[in-house]
Design a protein around this ligand. Structure first.
Ligand SMILES: *Cc1c(COP(=O)(O)O)cnc(C)c1O
Length: 411
């Protein structure tokens, strides 16, 4: 009996010539020379543009697309996206600075996060950025600061709904959460906003991340719209913006398949048609990070040593957990699974072998691939980790063991 092992969804966005993988029209071998070192991250600007075009094609045209910058805050990437999206979502003063530096108008930048400090709030108020308020106390702090500064702040209420995004890799709403204001407390907060005469921009409802199931996203969209419209009835001012979140996922692991974007877009079109009258004058926003950049990026490291230990092959590389925590299975995964990986300069050679790819760190957690079939590699070859454009370098403990940080290039 043969056991069928689930396979990775095919990676087709990077062409291969003479067994060498290309990104942005450059072979990885040449790119490694150009960068001047390994490891490094490379992001393909054309693929990012194409992904935005795909979203525009399938989502209703009245949907405004925001880039959630924490997925990949590399300034060149954010700058590239500024010409393509309708807004940027930031989650710290550092991200706010990068977003403002791109020239994106401040009223198209929104700032969320459960623990904003006084300095960050003051910067956001001064810049005219839309602050997504995550608690009643935050509302009072913003009012106090705004009074001192003599500036009318732009705010939305982030709502923690009483439902969750099913099948989500990371749930960020429903039940008890540190994010947003529980749905049932929002009417009282709206009364307070009315008393203060605060100019409320709208609502922000983000349920979760990394979802590959269209039906789950469709259900969340329906409930989110319903909730937004229901809360709008209690609002002291007409709602100008309704941010319905995002959470579109990409396939990382064997057996996972891409999200059916056509189904998600078609459903949203039907929902918007039904609620057209109630939504008149409301800017509808979807915020996406991972879906926009993840598949446009690779992480490249070099084989430093090849070791046979009790029958198992280990490719020991100069890259690892300190640059790419997620690929080692240590960024939110419950069970460790392999990211799609190849040997960039031997991509289609016929000789393959089962090997594990590890990093230089003195911990067994530093495992980039666990016993997968790879083109037969030697010392000096380039290991490429796919699906690495989101939650890569900045989601990794770069100071751990004090190896140099990996450069990032946009090609
Ligand atoms: C992280 C985050 C996002 C982006 O999530 P992705 O899964 O990368 O699309 C969007 N909105 C908020 C509020 C977030 O915290």
């Amino acid at each position: 009996m043969t056991i069928m092992h689930p396979k990775h969804a095919p990676i087709m966005q990077f062409p291969i010539h003479d067994n060498c993988l290309y990104i942005g029209g450059i072979s990885v071998v040449r790119l490694a020379q150009r960068v001047g070192q390994t490891p490094f991250y490379a992001y393909d600007r054309k693929l990012i543009t194409e992904r935005i075009n795909l979203l525009r094609q399938y989502l209703p045209e009245e949907i405004q697309l925001h880039y959630a910058m924490k997925a990949n805050p590399m300034p060149a990437v954010v700058q590239h996206l500024v010409g393509l999206v309708d807004g940027i979502d930031v989650a710290s003063a550092g991200e706010m600075k990068i977003a403002l530096d791109t020239g994106m108008p401040a009223d198209r930048i929104s700032f969320a996060g459960p623990g904003k400090n006084e300095r960050e709030l003051a910067c956001a108020i001064a810049a005219g950025i839309v602050i997504s308020m995550e608690s009643e106390q935050e509302l009072e702090r913003i009012m106090l600061l705004a009074e001192q500064m003599g500036i009318c702040p732009k705010v939305t209420v982030r709502v923690n709904p009483n439902f969750e995004l099913k099948s989500s890799g990371m749930k960020m709403a429903g039940g008890a959460k540190q994010f947003g204001v529980d749905e049932e407390r929002v009417p009282a907060m709206l009364t307070r906003i009315g008393q203060l005469g605060l100019d409320l921009e709208g609502f922000h409802i983000f349920c979760g991340s990394q979802n590959l199931k269209a039906e789950a996203i469709q259900e969340a969209h329906e409930k989110t719209l319903q909730l937004g419209l229901h809360l709008a009835q209690n609002s002291p001012v007409p709602i100008r913006t309704l941010n319905i979140g995002g959470g579109f996922g990409v396939p990382y692991f064997p057996g996972e398949t891409p999200l059916n974007l056509a189904a998600v877009g078609g459903n949203l079109r039907r929902l918007l048609l039904k609620a057209r009258a109630e939504l008149a004058g409301t800017r509808l926003v979807i915020e996406l990070g991972r879906y926009i950049v993840a598949e446009a990026g690779i992480y490249v490291c070099r084989v430093l040593d090849k070791k046979l230990s009790r029958g198992q092959v280990f490719l020991i590389t100069d890259g690892g957990l300190h640059h790419h925590l997620a690929a080692t299975g240590n960024f939110g995964q419950v069970i460790r699974k392999n990211y799609p990986v190849t040997i960039g300069n031997k991509a289609e050679i016929p000789e393959t072998e089962i090997a594990s790819v590890v990093g230089p760190l003195c911990t067994p957690l530093d495992l980039l691939a666990d016993q997968i079939e790879l083109p037969k590699a030697e010392i000096g070859d380039l290991v490429v980790v796919f699906q690495s454009g989101a939650y890569g370098l900045t989601a990794s403990p770069t100071a751990f063991l004090n190896h140099p940080i990996a450069p990032e290039v946009l090609v």
